[in-house]
Design a protein around this ligand. Structure first.
Ligand code: SAM
Length: 328
């Protein structure tokens, strides 16, 4: 086997191992989550949480993401910050804007623990900033306009305390509203129906009108939403004509078989189908096998689509990404 083939095969092997290591990391948070449940609830309600798959999964993901999320954010920052500045083209980060940046009324899908909240603050309007947030936008220009409102859609209550803190830390209390329901409950009729099971109160009183949103921002969350075809179409209907959807998402791996190492990875595509049987249970509902680009493209007519896989992404990546903007 030639050197380069050997190297590629080793890389393919590590690429395959990577998601398993992530699963193992997530599993290591089960004891901590269980201890937390019983230290903060009476024994009987602790038991009922333990035996409620959805409540336990939400809490577990909250603990896991508090650890893993900041590391993921650090890796994604150099892509997401330029994306919101309008500085990407076919998945490549550019020095100067290639289109408008984020601004106006924004809907952040799956806001999580608020790792991206501060990127909506006015300091990112400045053309050259020193990004001390760990993102590192590459020091390029920005085509952003002022953000007047952000709806941070996040259904997992275990994420809300951290999300609230992030909003306060960014000084965005007057701009950023936490919407404590899933995107499936955003329309007025379903929001009214979405009740908290314990308090029987409506989870959210608000409503987002069709075509009232200037920008949608989705960072690593369309993998976790239910019924993506239907709900991505619903989100599309909230965008105004000319509105933009800024996307950084992981998608189904698709390789062509050119040598033995890519054959290993091709096999891994099948393996990922198998891994995906357990993955969502360990990673807060995340699915590995979504064709999110296709679903976004088919959500409705777009005036412009500029998406691509970041070129710096290793060829053996089991969870490749798409980066870019769709304009309605
Ligand atoms: C992998 S996390 C990413 C969070 C955040 N975007 C980040 O980058 O840190 C995916 C998020 O999507 C959220 N999510 C799951 N189902 C959702 C739904 N139906 N509507 C909106 N968000 C959802 C999860 O609760 C979780 O916080």
């Amino acid at each position: 086997m030639s050197d380069s083939l050997l190297t590629r095969t080793k890389e393919a092997f590590w690429g395959l191992l990577d998601p398993w290591l992530f699963l193992q990391l997530s599993a290591s948070f089960i004891p901590q989550t269980t201890r937390h449940i019983f230290s903060t609830h009476p024994f009987s309600s602790g038991l009922s949480i333990l035996f409620s798959p959805s409540r336990f999964r939400d809490l577990w993901f909250g603990h896991f993401w508090a650890f893993a999320g900041p590391q993921v954010r650090e890796g994604a920052g150099p892509r997401v910050l330029p994306l919101l500045d309008g500085r990407t083209s076919r998945g490549v980060v550019t020095d100067s804007p290639t289109g408008p940046g984020v601004g106006g009324v924004v809907l952040e899908v799956g806001a999580g623990s608020g790792l991206w909240v501060e990127v909506f603050s006015d300091r990112y309007l400045a053309p050259s900033r020193d990004d001390a947030s760990g993102g590192g936008g590459g020091g390029g220009g920005t085509a952003r306009t002022k953000i007047t409102r952000v709806y941070g859609v996040e259904p997992n209550p275990a994420q809300h305390p951290a999300l609230r803190r992030a909003v306060e830390d960014a000084g965005l209390q007057d701009v950023y509203e936490i919407v404590p329901v899933g995107i499936e409950d955003l329309s007025s009729s379903s929001a009214a129906a979405a009740e908290d099971k314990t308090t029987k109160k409506k989870k959210w009183d608000g409503n987002i009108e069709p075509e009232s949103v200037d920008c949608i921002v989705s960072v690593l969350c369309l993998c976790s939403i239910p019924d993506p075809e239907r709900h991505i179409r619903e989100l599309y209907s909230l965008l105004r004509p000319g509105g933009r959807w800024y996307v950084y998402e992981h998608v189904l791996v698709e390789y062509s078989c050119v040598d033995i190492s890519s054959a290993i990875l091709l096999t891994s595509t099948r393996a990922i189908g198998f891994l995906n049987l357990v993955w969502p249970h360990f990673i807060g509902g995340c699915e590995m096998c979504r064709q999110t680009e296709k679903t976004l493209r088919e959500a409705g007519p777009w005036a412009k689509i500029d998406l691509g896989q970041p070129p710096a992404e290793m060829w053996y990546h089991c969870l490749p990404h798409i980066l870019g903007v769709l304009t309605k």
